[in-house]
Design a protein around this ligand. Sequence first.
Ligand SMILES: [Zn+2]
Length: 265
Amino acid sequence: MDHREADRPCLTSASLAKHFSRTFDSSSIEARRQAKQAAHCPTCYLPWRWCICPGVTPIPCPLQVDVLMHHREMHRPSSTGHLIHRAVAGSRFHLWRRERWSSADEIRIPNKELWILHPSGRPMPLDAHPERIHLLLLDGSWPESTDMARSVTSWGKLINLPMTGQSRFWLRAQQEGDRFSTMEALLFVLGALGLESIRQPLFAQFELLVYASLRSRGRKLKALEFLAGSCLPHAMPEMVRMLHRDGDPQKYPSLRCASPNAPTT
Ligand SMILES: [Zn+2]
């Protein structure tokens, strides 16, 4: 027998079944992906039932805030970088891929000082003027942010901001202890600059994201525990009432985004 013949794969009924099952698997994966997209808000990435978009309001901020997001963070519903970009008026969004960025030339703004939060940085200047600050926030998982930080430390002034207390970001195990989310880092900066009128409404929107995300994951008891220590019932009573409404959210247009097709970046 020709040895090439022997090497040729044998199309047995078992191998054909395997091939077609792969075909059906890939199409069912695509179907599942489409079904998931249809069931989720394309703006906040949460299921429609727990969409937070009606509670997200852009807030004017004197300092320039930019989010540099790791590409793997892009479609994580728990990302606070997306919320920062939506809730801080005038903020900018940049997607991080190591091969994409070699300098900060595309990010720097004339007459503003680029700040990057980093443990090895200097304490925040006491006489800092918010209008002159350009804050670059690194958004990704803890290892991703650490990796990004290695590449961007030469881009600007490294600032070490004391962040104390317990994180309220109850969505990722990495946030336990003294590790804070990107939004919480921004909240610490705003607090240190005395910008309470901006910090408080941003904090409420952050709490809304965490609460709705816990509910969307079916962690009702954990969510109610979170809500018991949250500013949400006082800061956004109407939003909490709407989220607690029973039934199909499709029946309640007020729960849906004003602009479902709004771009995410
Ligand atoms: Zn939404």
